[in-house]
Design a protein around this ligand. Structure first.
Ligand code: NAP
Length: 252
């Protein structure tokens, strides 16, 4: 028996795909045969990733999208639908970290982190489900191990709250969509080597690494391969699930 990972010509929309995990996800989906809409707030970064994918012989387009804005999300999906077709695959990688501790946390920072990480996920999933209609759909939301255990050394309460919200939202949507043709799941990455951690000093990085049973940060590609599995037919009976890809941090 062969593992069915091919995404032959399906249209995939990836948010936050100009950097880090989203970039790796876009590249791996394209390598599996999907046409990929590389969406990011940073249009230049998105265009760069789309060019990388096309240079490798696959199909990609770039889209400027602010996931925290309903108008921008809808315009981005509409752009992809008119160039190709409604995306049947959605991966929500767009996210921002929050590192301010409770005492110093402002309303503005709380609102921004929730707007991008949680409202952004809601807006994209809602628009994707509407576009897929009765067709076949696969959705993966990117949460975080902090969404389960709370924030720690790097990310703090507002970030963890936004990611816990992503997990609860994803499970609730899975229940609402039960019996339909769309599969939705979440991934909880652990510490992963992306630009999100550019500001991490060597001492903090060492402390975080010491808490990872596998003894190292993940490579973005390792997350991306888990995404390819979840959106492929190889995961045809995986539904409403949360997959930890964290080197053993949680083991729950
Ligand atoms: P990253 O390299 O910073 O990538 C995040 C991307 O999202 C960036 O390109 C960023 O653009 C984009 N973005 C930010 N705000 C946006 C918005 N409003 N609309 C659209 N795009 C937006 O970070 P990453 O590590 O790959 O993170 C990917 C996802 O994994 C995030 O949801 C993050 O919370 C989650 N995660 C990461 C880790 C980790 O250790 N790295 C662990 C657990 C979970 P700009 O650069 O222009 O801001």
């Amino acid at each position: 028996m062969t593992l069915e990972l091919s995404l032959d010509d399906k249209v995939a929309l990836v948010t936050g795909a100009g950097s880090g995990m989203g970039r790796a996800v876009a590249r791996e989906l394209a390598a599996a045969g999907a046409r990929v809409a590389v969406c990011d707030l940073d249009g230049e970064a998105a265009a760069g990733v789309a060019t990388e994918i096309r240079s490798a012989g696959a199909a990609a387009m770039s889209v400027v999208m602010d996931v925290a804005s309903r108008a921008s999300v809808h315009a981005g999906f509409d752009e992809v639908a008119s160039a190709w077709e409604e995306p049947g695959i959605l991966v929500t990688c767009a996210g921002i970290i929050g590192t301010t501790r409770l005492g110093a946390l402002t309303d503005e920072e709380w609102d921004r982190v929730l707007a991008v990480n949680l409202t952004g996920t809601f807006l994209c999933v809602q628009r994707a489900v509407e576009g897929i209609g009765s067709g076949e759909g696969r959705i993966v939301t990117i949460a975080s191990d902090t969404g389960k255990r709370g924030g720690g050394r790097i990310a703090t309460s507002h970030y963890a709250a936004s990611k816990g919200g992503v997990l609860a939202f994803t499970r609730s949507v899975a229940r609402e969509l039960a019996g339909g043709s769309i599969r939705i799941n979440s991934i909880c990455p652990g510490p992963t080597d992306t630009p999100m951690h550019d500001g991490l000093g060597p001492e903090l990085r060492k402390q975080v690494t010491n808490g990872i049973p596998m003894g190292r940060f993940a490579r973005p590609q390792e997350l991306a391969q888990a995404v390819v599995f979840l959106v492929s037919d190889a995961a045809s009976y995986v539904y409403g699930e949360t997959l930890s890809v964290d080197g053993g941090v949680l083991m729950d």
